[in-house]
Design a protein around this ligand. Structure first.
Ligand SMILES: C[S@@+](CC[C@H](N)C(=O)[O-])C[C@H]1O[C@@H](n2cnc3c(N)ncnc32)[C@H](O)[C@@H]1O
Length: 428
């Protein structure tokens, strides 16, 4: 860990999405919100903060800006990859640009071949039907795969190659592919062509310039772990930095979100998925939040079977599902129960990792994706937090969002949990 030193760049002055914008996941939260929470809880340089659902690293990057140490956990390898690149500020911007420039001849050679047809990214997207469904058109795909293969062949350290790969996957998702988010992924109009290499170079330029800006900051220690936060307390490299001053996170919402579908292009380009088995392994490590991610061996729901509120919600969804003929509706009550069971396990596992004076802030949203049944997410999680021993729980209204799916206003909250106070030591 580097000691904080005086710096000419004040972290609170870097507010224009520097580093965050290199790559953001669609269901990520705002860096400004994290910044406000760090202020509100008076988290200081040298403190340790944990984000057990770190996504693309919004909390971690904000901590790094301020010299606060941070640990992030996520079950999705593509999020971990992005967060790791975004948290590596020892990269030199000039060298990153030079490496990108050295790619050009490799790329020009590669694009002349038909290697892409045997490439793992192509084989996965083709065999799973994503190409037939129009996720990416033939020409941009060919160019993006040629660039990926050129980065793989480049003689450079893996840290630089990873940064270049992040620039590529951002360009693929945002510009070169046909996917759009609203907030779930869908296909927009087909882009028959796209200048992938030019767009990639622009992204590298932004990264290089941001790296020069943040190089003046003192930095801190940031670690990212691919893991399952339902048992976050059992992850060695998480436990070794306990006790934490704060947890700042946005867990999955119970809203029929499939975090692996939203990042499937990234997973394919990173070669983290090759078939149904590799995909299932990732899904199984996640809190259940989608009816296509429920398995016969699932049992998180058992831990909430005696919670009256969860069970009444599950029964209501069940009754509505009885009138539906489409197959997945029958899984909706199961997802809701498994979701809250997974969250409860997580809360029980994280509580011992906190300082007695520590605090957890979770950004959560109400939902009604399951046959219109209103799910008061924050209120239910508050009940579960009390059940696992948190003694001080408040719910702050954060904002309202309009759900296009249900045409209803949905509230988002910041749930603030504080652990039990330790009993006072007896006087001698
Ligand atoms: C709402 S997103 C977090 C976004 C993040 N705050 C950001 O700004 O990028 C929730 C994240 O939880 C992750 N996740 C779901 N289940 C998990 C589990 N059991 N353990 C760890 N991460 C999990 C998903 O992969 C997803 O990245």
């Amino acid at each position: 860990m580097k000691a904080p030193v005086p710096t000419s760049v004040h972290p609170q002055k870097i507010l224009n999405g520097e580093v965050h914008n290199w790559y953001r996941i669609i269901l990520g939260y705002s860096d400004h919100l994290v910044s406000q929470l760090l202020d509100r809880f008076k988290i200081q340089p040298g403190d340790w903060v944990l984000d057990p659902f770190c996504g693309s690293g919004t909390t971690l990057v904000e901590c790094l800006k301020r010299g606060i140490n941070a640990v992030g956990v996520d079950a999705n390898p593509s999020s971990c990859f992005a967060a790791r690149v975004k948290a590596d500020w020892t990269l030199n911007g000039r060298r990153l640009r030079e490496n990108a420039a050295r790619l050009r001849p490799l790329y020009l050679n590669e694009i002349r071949t038909k290697n892409h047809l045997q490439d793992p990214t192509y084989l996965y997207l083709d065999s799973t039907g994503f190409l037939d469904r129009g996720w990416m058109s033939a020409k941009p795909l060919r160019k993006a795969i040629a660039l990926k293969r050129s980065i793989q062949a480049l003689s450079a350290t893996s840290r630089y190659k990873n940064a270049l790969t992040l620039a590529l996957i951002s360009e693929v998702v945002v510009e070169a592919s046909n996917v759009k988010f609203g907030p779930e992924l869908y296909c927009g109009p087909a882009k028959d062509n796209h200048e992938v290499f030019a767009g990639f170079l622009q992204r590298v330029e932004t990264m290089a310039s941001d790296l020069s800006t943040v190089a003046e900051l003192p930095g801190s220690s940031v670690e990212i772990i691919e893991g399952d936060s339902r048992a976050v307390g059992t992850i060695k490299s998480v436990a070794q930095h306990a006790p934490y001053a704060a947890v700042i996170s946005s867990p999955p919402y119970p809203g029929e979100h499939d975090y692996t579908r939203n990042s499937r292009l990234e997973l394919a380009f990173l070669e983290k998925v090759s078939d149904i088995t590799s995909l299932r392994t990732i899904k199984k490590a996640m809190i259940r939040s989608h009816s296509k991610g429920i398995y016969v061996t699932d049992s998180d729901g058992d831990s909430v079977a005696t919670n009256a509120r969860v069970m009444s919600l599950v029964n209501e969804i069940s009754q509505r599902a009885d009138h539906k003929t489409h197959g997945f509706a029958r899984y909706y009550p199961i997802v809701a129960k498994e979701y809250f069971g997974g969250v409860k396990k997580h809360l029980a596992s994280i509580k011992p990792l906190l300082k007695t004076s520590g605090v957890c802030a979770y950004v959560v949203g109400d939902q009604s994706s399951y046959l219109g049944v209103h799910i008061p997410t924050a209120e239910i999680i508050r009940d579960l937090a009390y059940e696992v021993g948190f003694t001080d729980v408040t719910i702050d209204h954060f904002r309202d969002r309009w759900s296009t799916k249900t045409s209803k206003k949905m509230e988002e909250h910041i749930l603030v949990l504080r652990p039990e106070k330790q009993p006072h030591a007896p006087h001698p």
